[in-house]
Design a protein. Structure first.
Length: 187
């Protein structure tokens, strides 16, 4: 995708357990803030120009930073690429597989309310939530390491010019805990 792709806005149906589960996990992985999320079912939702509410509720839609509308498989490509999971959509680059995905996705979307909640939780919710928590933990680890390196560098040269070395910052667990609270719905 081009630089004009991000940030992209994803339009999703929170009344659909499958859609809501997938968007929640994308939200947890969205560490770089490349995605914005619009719940089409939210009270007060205003449909943007260039698309109808019916269309937004029929297929997943994304709007790129340049204003281009993408739907179906193309919207998922943008979403997964934004959170570092572009490899998930790699099969979509093979023409025959792309044709199959483009044909199958509308069928899945039309029948998405029929998927039993236990199937969604079992195959999507738990596995994706664990993966999202790992991504959040890795983000914390990366940021904590950067904090420690920065603090060590400042300690060598002295923050106050006196050459004092500050104690190392303990590893912070807030992002992981926040993602756990978000994924379980607890406060």
């Amino acid at each position: 995708m081009t630089a004009a792709t991000y940030p992209a806005t994803l339009y999703y149906d929170s009344a659909c357990p499958l859609c809501d589960t997938e968007m929640h996990n994308l939200m947890l992985r969205n560490q770089a803030g490349q995605l914005h999320f619009e719940d089409v079912q939210a009270p007060g939702f205003t449909c943007p120009e260039g698309v109808t509410r019916e269309a937004l509720l029929t297929l997943m839609h994304a709007r790129t930073a340049s204003g281009q509308w993408l739907s179906g498989v193309a919207a998922f490509e943008v979403a997964y690429a934004a959170v570092g999971l572009g490899w998930v959509m790699a099969p979509a680059r093979i023409p025959l597989l792309r044709a199959g995905m483009d044909a199958l996705y509308p069928v899945i979307a039309r029948n998405r309310y029929r998927a039993p909640a236990w199937v969604i939780r079992m195959f999507f919710g738990k596995a994706l939530r664990r993966a999202a928590e790992r991504a959040a933990a890795q983000q914390c680890t990366d940021q904590c390491m950067l904090d420690r390196l920065q603090e060590g560098h400042e300690g060598q040269h002295g923050r106050d010019g006196g050459g004092s070395t500050a104690p190392a910052t303990p590893v912070r667990a807030e992002p992981v805990e926040a993602s756990r609270r978000a994924s379980t719905g607890s406060a």
